[in-house]
Design a protein around this ligand. Structure first.
Ligand SMILES: NC(=O)c1ccc[n+]([C@@H]2O[C@H](COP(=O)([O-])OP(=O)(O)OC[C@H]3O[C@@H](n4cnc5c(N)ncnc54)[C@H](O)[C@@H]3O)[C@@H](O)[C@H]2O)c1
Length: 369
């Protein structure tokens, strides 16, 4: 019978993560076909939505995380963390950001439990529609954060992005000119930085030149990056090969040649990072200094803008969630032969019935089943 799926929305537990995956207005969309939505008490508070707003939209508020995880589908923002792994079971479908190529323990636990794991970041139509909204926000945020860190970094820093009369502006290099890289470039150029975009895709670099997003472009060739990086005040990593571990593009030696007090911000850290000196940091402790260079490598940058980010994510997720619920009813999400190509959630399936069904995930873990 149509519309009898239970969907659980837990409170996010990652450090300072204040987003929620469904706003109340999206809950109305999901309950309309008859599905039940269970929201953990207080889950929306960080984004400005109280329990009454969810009740009014047709959700049921539950107090225990275990009740939420007992649902047919658990939909959430960030990948499950260690304390949530014990909720995995074989008739559960998880739909969230997963970044499995950088999460071997999570991948192994999903395989062992037989849970169907559908990732926002690999779901594909002509674009990556569930990654783009957060990349847009993370890119815009990167410009603001980099500008702040340039003045906060300590001795040898104190660089104002736009420079002054007679003083050149800061030089920014952005690796990967997709959604996040482009938004970071727009923000930094808005502050009058000099911005060079790097990508493998020369057609994309041409477009960004023609539309005025960049001051300069550089093909992504290792040696060509040497001088560019040594001169950079800000280096942003935003390269992605969907599903795969991030390509390692910048070496530790290249970072070591940067000026002390300059800033590295690796957004691709959620996929393992494209800058060799990058390691994951949290919103509580976002930076560390290596080779005299400030590193900001937070894996959930949009978590600090929960109102904007929840609204943007929820609008993109809700219609796909309704489609996924239909596939759960039909039983196809747990079928490793069919899950990868399901309509409206194509390529989101990462792990199904103990098998890695996404080729990029399987390539990242040749030793797992
Ligand atoms: N840290 C965070 O909080 C956060 C938030 C959102 C997105 N992200 C991450 O930001 C990254 C970028 O996401 P996006 O949506 O902009 O991706 P995208 O697919 O829009 O763009 C990625 C770009 O990288 C380029 N690329 C691939 N290999 C390259 C190489 N070797 N050299 C140079 N460029 C290369 C591609 O050609 C493409 O233009 C992803 O890892 C994503 O998960 C992080």
């Amino acid at each position: 019978m149509a519309g009898r799926i239970t969907i659980g929305v837990p409170r996010e537990r990652k450090d300072r993560e204040r987003r929620i995956v469904l706003t109340p207005s999206s809950v109305s969309l999901v309950t309309a076909p008859g599905h039940r939505v269970l929201v953990e008490a207080g889950a929306g508070l960080g984004a400005g939505f109280d329990d009454d707003a969810y009740r009014a939209a047709g959700a049921e508020i539950v107090t225990e995380a275990a009740e939420v995880w007992a649902a047919d589908i658990v939909v959430k923002v960030k990948e499950p963390i260690t304390e949530e792994y014990h909720h995995f079971r074989s008739d559960l479908t998880v739909f969230s950001y997963l970044h499995l190529a950088a999460e071997p323990e999570l991948t192994a636990r999903l395989i062992a439990a037989g849970t169907a794991a559908f990732a926002f970041e690999t779901l594909r139509d002509t674009t990556l529609p569930l990654l783009a909204p957060m990349s847009e926000i993370a890119g815009r945020a990167a410009a603001i954060i980099a500008a702040g860190q340039l003045s906060a970094a300590g001795d040898g820093s104190g660089t104002l992005v736009g420079g002054a009369a007679g003083v050149p502006p800061a030089r920014a290099v952005i690796i990967g000119m997709g959604v996040a890289g482009t938004m970071a470039a727009r923000g930094l150029r808005g502050l009058d930085a000099h911005v060079t975009g790097v990508d493998l895709d020369l057609g994309l670099l041409l477009e960004r030149r023609l539309d005025g997003t960049l001051d300069a472009t550089q093909a992504s060739e290792p040696h060509a990056l040497d001088a560019l990086i040594a001169d950079a005040d800000v280096l942003i990593g935003a390269a992605l090969v969907p599903g795969a571990r991030a390509p390692r593009i910048v070496t530790a030696a290249q970072v070591a040649r940067m000026r002390p007090g300059s800033v590295v911000l690796d957004l691709a850290i959620d996929q393992g990072g494209c800058i060799a000196t990058a390691r994951p940091t949290t919103l509580s402790e976002p930076t560390y200094v290596e080779h005299g260079v400030v590193h900001y490598c937070v894996t959930n940058v949009p978590g600090q803008f929960p109102r904007t980010a929840s609204a943007a994510l929820s609008a993109a997720v809700a219609p796909r969630l309704v489609a996924l619920a239909g596939h759960v009813e039909a039983g196809t999400v747990h079928d490793p032969q069919r899950a990868f190509a399901l309509p409206r959630v194509s390529e989101a399936a990462n792990v199904v019935a103990g098998e890695m069904v996404h080729p990029a995930i399987a390539a990242a873990f040749p030793d797992l089943p």
